[in-house]
Design a binder for this molecule. Structure first.
Ligand SMILES: Nc1nc2c(ncn2[C@@H]2O[C@H](COP(=O)(O)OP(=O)(O)OP(=O)(O)O)[C@@H](O)[C@H]2O)c(=O)[nH]1
Length: 298
């Protein structure tokens, strides 16, 4: 048999907030690389996830959801990051939710059209669709909205149709040799993932708007005799937010730190000593300079 040519290229995963882009990427990579929560706008950075297969390498770029939230510096940064990921990419993977089409989905599709790149659409959360007969007309509508290369109904949480989706993605990429070593999963340093794992707990544990007013900075990240010593700072905008995060007698912060540490130990594969502090920095999310200092940089 003639071996298939190796393929390699980048795929930008785009879509409105909360459609399941990060869940899909983790599932395709077989590891929790990017953080997820049931809250919209969990993803704040474009993250590269590398999938190496015998027949090639897919370089996935997970992007923040394209959204229409209030106009502050952080929101502008998120939309800019999502759109920038479409420049110089080989393929777009638009993720939508089965049975739903909103103005934000339309914005995501517009950004693909504006970038003039080929796109596959993954119709996610089919497990949630109570009436399966609605899928066909929904796919029909999608195919009328844009000339997608493929329309693939999937369930990111259940894993349905993901192998098929991955093969379609690979065959749409240009021929080429892998650019990263086979065991490399991302281009981000370990301290980036440490900050993300603390932020994931904030997104999951605290109600409503509070997590959006926080960010995490890793002040210290050291290896000592086979274990990691990590100091994390949670930045908040108001004293009241600090009090909520810490909780009665520090219980809430303690639980957040324990869970973050357990996930870090799984991610890094070694014991972790984690300390977490909460500090006040006025309006970090609306100030471009403060954002840049916290790592939100183009
Ligand atoms: N039922 C069901 N839920 C899903 C599926 N995929 C994702 N979800 C849920 O949808 C929510 C959002 O998932 P994320 O992966 O964080 O979504 P995202 O598109 O990355 O969100 P942003 O960070 O806001 O851009 C989570 O609660 C997931 O568990 C699916 O196939 N079926």
């Amino acid at each position: 048999m003639i071996p298939l040519p190796s393929r390699c290229g980048t795929v930008a995963i785009v879509g409105r907030p909360n459609v399941g882009k990060s869940t899909l990427l983790n599932r395709l990579l077989g590891q929790q690389l990017v953080i997820t929560s049931h809250k919209a706008q969990t993803t704040r950075h474009a993250i590269l996830g590398i999938k190496t297969r015998p027949d090639g390498q897919i370089l996935f770029v997970d992007t923040p959801g394209i959204h229409r939230r209030g106009d502050n510096a952080l929101n502008r940064y998120l939309n800019r990051t999502a759109r920038a990921a479409l420049v110089d990419t080989d393929l777009a993977l638009l993720v939508v939710e089965a049975g739903r089409w909103t103005q934000e989905d339309a914005l995501a599709l517009e950004s693909i059209v504006a970038a003039d790149i080929r796109a596959i659409v993954a119709v996610n959360k089919i497990d949630r669709l109570a009436n399966k007969t609605l899928l066909l007309p929904y796919l029909q509508e999608l195919s009328e909205r844009h000339a997608f290369m493929h329309l693939v109904p999937i369930s990111a949480t259940k894993g349905d149709q993901l192998a098929h989706l991955e093969s379609l993605i690979l065959s749409a990429l240009p021929e080429g040799d892998p650019v990263f070593p086979p065991d490399q999963l991302s281009d981000r340093p370990e301290r980036f993932f440490a900050a993300e794992l603390v932020r994931e707990q904030l997104m999951r544990r605290y109600a409503d708007e509070l997590p959006y007013a926080t960010t995490v900075e890793i002040e210290r990240f050291e290896e000592e005799g086979g274990r990691y010593r990590i100091h994390a700072l949670i930045w908040v905008e108001r004293p009241s937010q600090k009090a909520i995060i810490i909780g009665k007698q520090g219980e809430a912060l303690k639980a957040c730190a324990v869970q973050s540490r357990l996930k870090m130990e799984r991610f890094f594969g070694c014991p972790v000593h984690l300390q977490v502090w909460v500090k006040l920095k006025k309006s970090w999310a609306s100030d471009e300079t403060a954002l840049a200092a916290l790592g939100y940089q183009d």
